[in-house]
Structures are given as C-alpha cells and as structure tokens.
Design a protein around this ligand. Structure first.
Ligand SMILES: O=C(O)[C@H]1O[C@H](OP(=O)(O)OP(=O)(O)OC[C@H]2O[C@@H](n3ccc(=O)[nH]c3=O)[C@H](O)[C@@H]2O)[C@H](O)[C@@H](O)[C@H]1O
Length: 453
C-alpha cells in the first residue's frame, strides 16, 4: 500500500513528462515549438533517452526491493504495509537472539509471535525478549476491541526492541516473505478471534481467523526450510459439555458448546494433519480464562471492573437450578511461563520445503489454575480490590455458548513442562486493578473513569 501511495505522491510532485502541467494550458503551435526546441539536437535526445532508461531501472529495482508481493497483497489486505530493505533490516534485528555467548540457556530462539499486540501475545513477546530470544510479532490490529489498547501494547514492545509487523496471517505472501528473511526456529501462534459469546454476532470472523488463518500460517510453516516448531493457543472451551472434572487432555472434546470452541477444536484437528503429513512439531495449549494487566476488555473481569467503577450494574449469569457458574481463572504470568516452557521443550520439526523427513512431536496441554472460582465470588473479590460495592443483576445463563464450569487437570503440563501456577485469583485481580487504574486513570472524588473501552 505504502509503495503505491509513494508513487502517486511522486507523480504529483514530479510529473513524469517534464513541463506536462503547463503544456496542457498552451496552444498546440506553442507546444510543438517547445517540443522542437527540447529535442533539437541529437545530443539532447541522447541525454533524454539515458535519463528515461535510468528512471525505469530505478523504478523496477525499487519495485523488486519493496517486494511485488507487498504491492499485490495490499489488494487483499489493505491495512498491510510491508517490504523493502529497511523493513527487512528491522525484521532481522528484532529476530536476532541476544543471549550472551555461552549462556546456560543455549543460543537463543528466534520466534515469530502471531497476535503479538494481543493480550497473551504481548506478554509472551516481552518475556522472550527479556530472556534474550529474538522475537518478531505480527498483528492485524482489528477492531474486535479498542485497537488503541493494542497500539499501546505495540509501543511497549517497541520500547523493548520487538518489531511488530502490521499484517494479517491470511496474507500468505507476507508470511512467505517473513520466512524468507528469517529462518525462525519457532512460531508462537496466538492470533485468533477470541470470545465465546461474540461468535453468535460475527461467526465468519471465527472461521476467517481460527480456521483459514491457521491453515495459512501452517502452509507457510510447512514450506519453510528449516521448518519452525509451532506452539499455538487452543482453549479450555474445547471440553464443551464434558462433565467429567477436572478436565484432562485424555477426555473427549467432541461436544463444543460454541462456534468459538468448534473452531479451536478444528484447529487441533488441522494442526494434527500438518504434523502427520509434513512433520511439523506441534504443541497446542488449552488456556483456561486468562486474565491480568493489559488484558482483553471483552472479558468479564475487565468490564465488570469498569462497570463497578462507573456505578453501572454487572450482569451475573447463573446456571440451571440456581447453581453458580465457575471458571478456572488463570493469571497471565503463569500462562507466559507455560508458553515459554512449551517453546523450550517443543522438539524439532522434521520436514522442510513441504516434505516430511520423519515423525515430529504432537502435544496438547491444559494450562489452567486448578482452582475454579464462581462468578459471584469473582465480583466479591473485585469489590474488595476496588473498595466499591457492585450493583449485581443476576440472570439465567442465556443460551449463548457459555459452559457452566471449567476446571483444569494440569498433571501433564506439570510433568512435561514444569508448569506450576502460583497466582491466586485474589492476588492476580489486585495486580490487574493496579494496572487498570494506572492505564485508564482514576478520579477519586467521583469514581468516574474516562470511558476508553
Ligand atoms: O478459557 C477459554 O478458553 C476462554 O476463556 C474466556 O472465556 P470465558 O471463560 O467465557 O471468560 P469471560 O468471557 O471473561 O467470562 C467469565 C465468566 O463470566 C460469566 N459472565 C460473562 C459475561 C457477563 O456479562 N456475565 C457473566 O456472568 C461467563 O458466563 C463466565 O462464566 C475467553 O474470553 C475466551 O476467549 C476463551 O479463551
């Protein structure tokens, strides 16, 4: 896109035919005299020809440097702006590990993080960068929730030397270019259409991101040589209407309750085929209701906080027979440790350039907190943190894709990843509220917050 704009601007500022703008306003006789004068001598004509050849060569080489791919893919992904030598230099710098030579953790990973300006993506990118790994992000900054929060996360990443490409995972040419520029060792795939209930409003966005986008990413990964190991975000929602608790990876996941859950379940099947056919190393992480600072404004703990502070009611869903709904809320720092451990233990992909060369690992882990909390208890904790009484509006759980409870069995992750959550919901909410107040501002007199959400 940027390439085209620059060409159009150049056209306005420097017309390609010298004197074109003024010539149009003159008589044809005057024009032919002018042209005759201009091309009177062979020497002048030769100089003009030389000039035109030089301009054409410059234009063509600029197009190839900027990448024809960028120009053509911008037709389909108008927000994307990528390509060029400077862009490639930024990508390489950001992707380079900076661990001290001979450090105990080894040489350092080079990780492509999709959805890097998202909640989990931003936290993981920062954690990787802080321990010296190379990180390149990609994010399409869609408007599912306030994009300014995503831009603020990007600014934070930028201040730590993490470059985030403005692009879409459905843009196969962009992904191919990224793998051309950097031989990524790992992909941490967190870009997705999240939210359980929103799937009833905008079903196609789930198919676009969680199914088509995933396939587009896996196609690029399987074509890459060397292939990266892929760690990606599945969801606790795949357990759906399963009622055996706590949820264990061996349980059946064939009764999804929402389209969101169905697309995540589809993702687990799709990644399996890429593991089987192309030798991609795959790790799927089933996240359980992740919360914390820099979180997602569409999640209950986040907009409950806003409503309580603004004196607005919070709607609390209640299950059948007046049973409270419960979630295994999991704090972001625990999830980040789980993600990094999954990357560190991923095992290599065996294929390359689209060809399998041997069996590769296929793993799935629950990343939860193992201690479910009911929604009314969540509201009570927020009241204590905020020191404001909530106005509760209790309603029967609508048939919107929600499930009555979630509860993770994390034995497998503990055994294979060393995963061990350490943050209680009470403690995590305190940290979230501290961040919320510093980010959105707080007027003590009125409890009125600027309405940023
Ligand atoms: O683990 C997951 O895989 C998912 O976790 C998260 O989904 P959920 O567990 O549904 O979280 P969230 O919306 O915060 O609702 C929390 C509770 O509040 C209840 N709830 C919700 C809204 C409301 O107005 N009232 C209410 O009682 C509601 O019934 C629920 O019991 C992610 O959003 C999702 O993207 C996915 O990652």
């Amino acid at each position: 896109m940027r390439v085209v704009v620059e060409e159009e601007e150049a056209e306005v500022m420097y017309p390609s035919t010298p004197g074109k703008v003024k010539v149009e306003q003159r008589s044809s006789a005057a024009m032919s005299r002018q042209v005759h004068r201009c091309f009177a001598s062979t020497g002048t004509m030769f100089l003009w020809a030389l000039f035109l050849v030089a301009m054409t060569a410059t234009y063509l080489s600029f197009r190839s440097l900027a990448g024809d791919a960028a120009a053509s893919s911008s037709r389909y992904f108008p927000a994307a702006s990528w390509g060029g030598l400077h862009w490639e230099r930024q990508i390489r710098a950001s992707a380079s590990p900076r661990r001290p030579p001979g450090s105990a953790e080894g040489a350092g990973l080079s990780v492509l993080v999709t959805g890097a300006a998202g909640f989990v993506g931003a936290h993981c990118s920062l954690a990787l960068r802080k321990r010296g790994d190379g990180v390149v992000g990609i994010d399409n900054y869609n408007s599912y929730y306030d994009p300014s929060l995503k831009k603020a996360r990007r600014a934070l990443l930028g201040s730590h030397g993490v470059f985030v490409v403005d692009g879409d995972i459905n843009d196969g040419r962009l992904l191919a270019k990224l793998f051309d520029v950097v031989p990524f060792t790992h992909v941490l795939h967190l870009a997705a259409q999240a939210g359980v209930r929103y799937a009833m409003e905008n079903p196609s966005s789930y198919v676009r991101s969680n199914v088509a986008g995933l396939v587009s990413l896996l196609e690029s990964c399987k074509d890459a040589d060397p292939q990266p190991a892929v760690v990606w975000a599945s969801s606790s929602s795949v357990y759906g209407l399963n009622d055996a608790v706590p949820f264990s990876e061996a349980h059946r996941t064939d009764k999804p309750a929402s389209l969101y859950a169905a697309t995540k379940k589809a993702g687990e099947a799709i990644t399996h085929t890429y593991n089987h056919i192309y030798g991609l190393s795959i790790t799927g992480l089933r996240f359980f209701t992740v919360y914390g600072p820099w979180g997602r404004p569409d999640m209950a703990y986040f907009f409950f906080t806003r409503n309580i502070l603004q004196g607005k009611p919070v709607t609390v869903y209640r299950g059948r027979d007046h049973v409270d709904i419960a979630r295994d809320f999991t704090y972001i720092d625990d999830i980040v440790r789980g993600c990094l451990a999954a990357l560190d233990t991923a095992g290599r992909s065996t294929g390359g350039g689209g060809r399998k060369r041997g069996a590769a690992p296929y793993r799935i882990f629950n990343l939860g907190n193992t201690s479910p909390v009911t929604v009314p208890a969540l509201v009570a904790m927020l009241e204590r943190c905020l020191m404001v009484k909530a106005r509760r509006h209790v309603v029967e759980m609508p048939g919107n894709g929600d499930v009555p409870f979630t509860h993770a069995n994390i034995s497998l992750a503990r055994e294979q990843l060393g995963y061990k959550p350490t943050t209680s919901l009470e403690m995590g909410l305190k940290k979230f509220v501290r961040w919320y107040l510093s980010y959105y501002g707080y007027n003590r007199g009125t409890h009125a917050f600027r309405n940023h959400l």
